[in-house]
Design a protein around this ligand. Sequence first.
Ligand code: ADP
Length: 496
Amino acid sequence: MAKYLLALDQGTTSSRCIIFDCQGNICSKVQREFPQIFPRDGWVEHDATEIWASQMGVAVEAMLAIGASAADIAAIGITNQRETVVVWEKATGKPICNAVVWQCRRTAEDCERLKREGVENEIRTRTGLLLDPYFSATKLKWILDHVEGARERAQRGELLFGTIDTWLIYQLTGGKIHATDPSNAARTMLFNIHTLEWDAELLRLFDIPACMMPKVLPSSGVFGYTDARLFGGEIPIAGVAGDQQAALFGQCCFDAGDAKNTYGTGGFLLMNTGKAPILPKQGLLSTVGWQIGNKVSYVLEGSVFVCGAVIQWLRDGLGLVKNAADTEHMANKVPDSAGVYLVPAFVGLGAPYWDAYARGGIQGLTRATNKYHIVRAALESMAYQTADVLAAMQTETGTPLSALRVDGGASANNFLLQFQADILGTKLIRPACVETTAWGAATLAGLGVGVYSDIDELHAARRIDRTFGAQMSAVEREQLLEGWHRAVERTLGWAK
Ligand code: ADP
């Protein structure tokens, strides 16, 4: 009997493999970084061959570490950095150029031009996204426009497109399966989130031949089997979801209104909105969470550009702390931030402001301000930014949140989570296993091969580390938020 679920977690800076038992215990974990390529200012690329090699390497090592053979693995789940574009030859499986990474801004001008042409609303209605270089469409068009002969070859059916999930599935199956799932497809800006198909109008707008697009299959279910030569046996690939959606699934946010926030380098708040997409006003994205059978769960997503990264800045930029974990006891050395607000708009502000010209600021300094106030204000800024995104979401959905589930590296900080609960006036829940992204992919795969008969069994496997209840008075909360919003206002448009 196969006893493990193997998750491939292909991130922006590293490839990871985590092997879980079916109760959610981590049995093996291996991680490997791979090179980031910066050919020009604002451009970011990866070598897709290195992504594949590192991902395959960590999978084999993780299996070896516990003596697992292919027969011990019930299924593979894949979760991945989203939006990144790979184009490869059908005949050889070789990429025709480096992968263009989600962070890459090379198509910023193309997006500006499209905005001037007035197509943004149409794109937003069909895809739920904002017209931004972040998403795959303009990157794929760029490759077809700039790599010699690419568009003609694509039209002749010689080239295939994929996001990272698709690339890995193709390699794992020895080139047999060219497929993706709706959570990844929804980030390309070529996928209609209402019909759940590649959108013919958008393929025309971006001049993308339909024959290079992968087949879209449900997020849970068998996509194909690994080439027997890779792991010494065939293993079903049975779960696929983009990283943020996988984390939402891993946190058991299965019902409309359930939400999670990830405190990583950036912050990602996702809320399950149920069976139909909500088309939000400026600032939030509407996207697909996952598809199981013919049931689709939609989500609202808001991202904060600088979240845990503000703590890295305290450490590396200011030298104010030795390591990130120190911020917790430093913040507790003072009873409050003494009116100091730090707005970490280092690269502009994300949801709900979307101001590329905002720049960071520290407001409310006096002669009595000390380093503990600054550290505390930095942690508080992570909570305030999250509160702003959540407020925007609640305006859209009209439903108050009963509890926010949290994960990501900075969710280890108890001060941060208590302040977050206070400033939201909402309970926070931190799971025992913070590897929610990999666990989400593993459980989608487990469901796909019948290790679990339904999602209720996943609720049963969920274990909570700690909950944080709101203790602050409503009056104090309002005063603090009012100060934060005044501080944000002063940073907007600064670099214009
Ligand atoms: P990512 O996956 O986005 O690279 P992680 O989820 O590993 O990030 O989280 C790392 C981020 O969290 C870093 O920016 C770091 O500064 C921050 N961080 C880690 N531990 C703590 C802590 N105890 N308190 C505050 N911030 C922390």
